[in-house]
Ligand binder design. Structure first.
Ligand code: PLP
Length: 253
């Protein structure tokens, strides 16, 4: 590496370190205010749109979990990671997933947060079986049910309607290679603070219903750069934070 490259890499690492420590401070303050132990809240750094080199920096800075939302991009980036980085990081797939991408995601994902329909449950179970047979993975797949908190108010970004979450949990419980771990949601955009809090509270209610089906499916994935404090307040165990750490993305989706 030339000195110029080295300094660019060092500058980016310093930038990421600053974003990370500011975000960890926010999480710490939110936990203190809510009387929660920060050890019970996992930070997933959402690296979509940013290069594999950023993932390597983040892992060097102590990040253990990253999130990606598009299969093609995620698969290519994970393949680019140096072996020790790939081994040390858990990859969470958090985007809408088509059944024909299940086989690809099963190669590299440790968890899928966006399971929202029965057909996807069947496809992922089969895909994990094929990936295990091919020696591409060694463990079953952790999944979370994505819950639709907007309920058809606009073009949905996916998610099971809250009233159908328990049935979908039964579907996951009925297949062999998926392990139901909890629920996930994105707060509807444009809400007031109270509205967002109420949305996360509805998610907590769905989490209780899902735990009646699978008692240890107690993870709640909620909260992003703009609303992580509210998510912590309402019991989130996993936060998915991108722009507050990596900077703004080139094109919002
Ligand atoms: C992009 C994304 C995030 C991160 O959003 P930021 O506002 O950048 O923190 C979280 N969750 C999902 C599902 C995403 O697609």
């Amino acid at each position: 590496m030339t000195p110029a490259h080295q300094s660019i890499g060092e500058a980016r690492r310093a930038e990421l370190a600053a974003g990370l420590s500011a975000t960890r401070a926010r999480i710490g303050a939110a936990c203190a205010a809510a009387g929660r132990d920060p050890a019970d809240v996992t930070l997933i750094v959402v690296t979509k749109f940013f290069p594999a080199s950023d993932i390597a920096h983040l892992v060097a800075l102590g990040v253990t979990d990253i999130g990606e939302n598009r299969d093609q991009e995620a698969g290519a980036k994970v393949a680019e990671l140096p072996g020790p980085v790939a081994r040390d990081v858990r990859v969470h797939f958090i985007g809408q997933l088509q059944t024909n991408k299940a086989r690809s995601v099963a190669r590299y994902a440790d968890a899928v947060h966006s399971v929202d329909r029965g057909r996807l449950v069947t496809a992922l179970d089969k895909a994990v079986g094929a990936a295990l047979d091919a020696g591409e993975r060694t463990a079953y797949l952790d999944v979370l049910l994505q819950v639709d908190l907007e309920e058809g108010e606009r073009a949905s970004r996916g998610g099971v309607p809250p009233a159908q979450a328990a049935d979908l949990a039964e579907r996951v419980a009925g297949v062999e290679r998926l392990r139901l771990r909890g629920v996930m949601a994105v707060a509807p955009p444009g809400l007031s603070e109270d509205g967002t809090r109420a949305a996360f509270d509805r998610l907590a209610g769905v989490s209780r219903q899902v735990r009646e089906v699978v008692p240890d499916a107690d993870l709640v994935s909620a909260g992003m750069s703009g609303d992580l404090e509210l998510a912590v307040q309402q019991g989130a165990t996993h936060l998915r934070v991108g722009s507050a750490i990596l900077g703004s993305r080139p094109t919002p989706r």
